[in-house]
Design a protein around this ligand. Structure first.
Ligand code: FUB
Length: 304
């Protein structure tokens, strides 16, 4: 077993590996994938589970990988740690999402449970530094602020009109515009609600053929569900389940991106055969296909 599987925060030297079937990454436990496509490169940002955590999360840093063909992958030195946010008191490196704006890369992260922070870098692989010195969003920005982990799981979407949006939340899904500087909320915080929603966490927005898709983790153990809308602010219409419970992980967390004319569903499960579990998770990738009416075909989790 590589030492990087055993020691949080010690892995991540630059090296190359091949995609030999799901789980994609076999030398770390990885979770909460967030993909970002730039030109010929797919960047994969992920959480990093400490091996053998059977009773709770031990997540101290985030990891970054890239590929230009989905087969050959590069891993970079650890780009961001929970200790880079000195206001993050409880300190667990929960789900994040990276996007590019005005030539800089912004990594929105959950800290469990001090709020959502944002780090910035000149290059996608980092290194990143805390952009604000304080949280961007905290529990008091959520309507049920007595729920201590309400403020997690940021997802960013920059629309075709160049307006950046942030979605996040646990138990309820919140959203707001970001200012052009990407480090301030612009206007009111709103909540997404629609019939059948049953939101747990992990929102992700993408757009296909002019429609907005909100995918998210539902129930617990989690499945991924999705809804569609004509406007980013809704109203959203529930469209169903995208995939089933992810093996022996009670969470799932998806990222949906188009890369070189193909759509991908990137998620995690507890499928690594070295003690994979709800707290020792692994990022996987499967193809995503649309029906003629824009609905998404159910994703069958594969081992290939
Ligand atoms: O990885 C820690 C938390 O578990 C994430 O923030 C949630 O989305 C769930 O995957």
């Amino acid at each position: 077993v590589p030492t990087s599987l055993l020691q949080p925060g010690k892995g991540g030297d630059t090296f190359c590996f091949k995609n030999e079937g799901n789980p994609l990454i076999k030398h770390h436990y990885t979770a909460d994938p967030a993909a970002y496509v730039e030109g010929d490169t797919l960047w994969l940002f992920a959480g990093h589970d400490f091996a053998g955590g059977q009773k709770g999360y031990k997540m101290k840093d985030w990891l970054v990988f890239s590929t230009s063909d989905m087969q050959n992958w590069t891993e970079y030195p650890v780009p961001l740690k929970i200790t880079d946010f000195n206001w993050a008191k409880s300190g667990d490196a929960y789900a994040g999402h990276v996007t590019k704006r005005n030539g800089k890369y912004y990594w929105y992260i959950s800290t469990n449970w001090s709020g959502i922070g944002v780090a910035v870098a000149d290059r996608p692989e980092g290194p990143y530094r805390d952009a604000l010195g304080k949280p961007l969003l905290t529990n008091k920005d959520c309507f049920d602020s007595d729920h201590s982990w309400a403020c997690i799981d940021p997802a960013i979407f920059i629309d075709e009109d160049n307006v950046p949006w942030i979605f996040w939340g646990n138990r309820h899904c919140y959203y707001a515009k970001l200012k052009d500087n990407m480090i301030e909320i612009d206007g009111e915080i709103q909540r997404v609600d629609f019939e059948g929603m049953n939101f747990t966490e992990a929102p992700w927005i993408h757009k296909y053929n002019g429609k907005y898709y909100l995918s998210y983790a539902t129930e617990f153990p989690e499945k991924i569900a999705y809804a569609m809308a004509d406007r980013i602010e809704g109203p959203y219409e529930y469209k169903g389940i995208l995939n089933e419970i992810a093996g022996n992980s009670n969470t799932n967390h998806q990222s949906i991106v188009k890369f070189k004319e193909r759509w991908y569903f990137i998620y995690h499960n507890g499928g690594l055969n070295t003690n994979g579990s709800s707290y020792s998770r692994s990022v996987c990738i499967d193809p995503l296909k649309y029906n003629h009416d824009g609905t998404i075909q159910r994703i069958i989790m594969s081992t290939e």
